[in-house]
Design a protein around this ligand. Sequence first.
Ligand code: HXC
Length: 513
Amino acid sequence: MDALRDRRDRTRREIVQGRAAAVERQHRQGKRTARERLALLLDEGSFLEVDLFRRHRAQGPKMDGARPATDGVVTGSGTIGGRRVFVYAQDFTVFGGSLGEAHAAKIHKVMDLAVENGAPLIGLNDGGGARIQEGVMALDGYGGIFRRNVRASGVIPQISVVLGPCAGGAAYSPALTDVTFMVRGTAQMYLTGPDVIEAVSGERVTHAELGGAHVHGGRTGVATFVHDDEEGCLADVRHLVSLLPSNHLEAPPSGPARGAEDDLRPRLAEIVPAEPHRPYDTRLVVAELVDDADFMEFHEDWAPNVVCGLGRVDGHVTGVVANQPTVLAGVLDAAAAQKAARFVRFCDAFGIPLVTLVDVPGFLPGTEQEYAGVIRHGAKLLYAYCEATVPRVQVILRKAYGGAYIVMDSRSIGTDLSLAWPTNEIAVMGAEAAVNVVYRRELAAADDPAPLRDRYVADYRDRLMHPYYAAERGLVDDVIDPARTRAEVARALAMLRNKAVPATPRKHGNIPL
Ligand code: HXC
């Protein structure tokens, strides 16, 4: 037994002792080793390592002599807040964290265990991609990860954390998972690195400019969450896990009830100005809606004209989608539609109810948007809402115009309950624009069109642009006092708690990707 204990200890410490320089370099860069990261991520003492003794059997250049423990990845299981998760953590100090046959087989094993045990999978990525010396075996290993990512999609939450390079094919696994965390300064993701780019096209770019956290957090939307350091990042991964169910058959973990059904929030009427064009930060509205103003925002810097994230309402985890009037007046555009669509599908896959806060002037007009495929991307959001079977509550705060009204979880695409504030405007378009179209001839013929226009505008507002027009026709279920928004949403979600919609028999729908 002493010999066994010795061997285990030696194997575990092998990296630290044998690769001191690499570990020191890792620390100098503000990065931690795989085991240090797992210690931060998991509950103390909960880590159960799998494949401790596994080593590679490759014979490529520089491989014959070196058969280090871990083969560049530490795998196993542990708990977060007492709940089981499966993990792999790449170790840059061994073969640069590159992925060969044994490395891939270790990851495949924990992925299979995660699905079979219905527990989240968390991958900590820090490596150089396919291990060049192992040739096609490395590529085959990646294919096995991708296939498992897809099979596990919508079955268990899959969380990618990028803490160093994530180059080449390696980048596709995070892209296939539910969310991706990145750390500023140390994490990079790209398909082809700066050297190859320069050789092919002469273009010169740094690793950070090409695929740093700010690029993927703000421009591409590849990163869902961006952090300044590993501690903050891994703490946030723990927080996300606390909001998610272990698998699609379980409900998300609920917190204590807060008596939200009687909670009055008079501040809401102050936050949202009555004038339809005056901006306000929708996150202040969300803060009044969720328990303790505690809201985990997804894609904070990408497509900020729509805000998406998770919070609890009366203890129950809830997804919130909200137009953001401080950015582009809150219009929808191609990027916002993609962001919200992905979030809606994520919530639907994991049984998280959706609350949609609507204050939207329409879709962003212009050739840039049309050429960017706003039709195709807007269709994603429509599709995502139309197919979502989780409880859905729409709250129309101020204005809801045109196609954007339909897309933002209107009654016609299947919201369960639509609530509207008394001051709001639901219409095909704003009053001035509508009058210019409908009364164009009358206005052109008038000697003094201004007072006539004012009259037409007032008439249009009186007849069409108030929530009772929609409420009389059943498109709004109730008109509510803004101060009662949290209370009414909590009551609606409680009413819908047991909602069940049988799936339509088919192989799968064909979402416009
Ligand atoms: C084998 C690798 C490696 C790789 C790094 N190393 N990447 N070994 N295969 N892919 C080794 C280095 O040789 C070095 O070994 C050690 O890891 C540390 O690497 P450094 O280059 O010293 O580190 P650094 O300067 O920090 O640069 C990190 C890096 C760079 C940016 C990741 O190493 C790099 O560009 N690597 C190649 C990336 C790449 O092109 N990968 C293949 C992608 S193609 P020693 O012994 O010196 O310590 C791909 C296809 C998959 O992934 C397709 C699936 C669809």
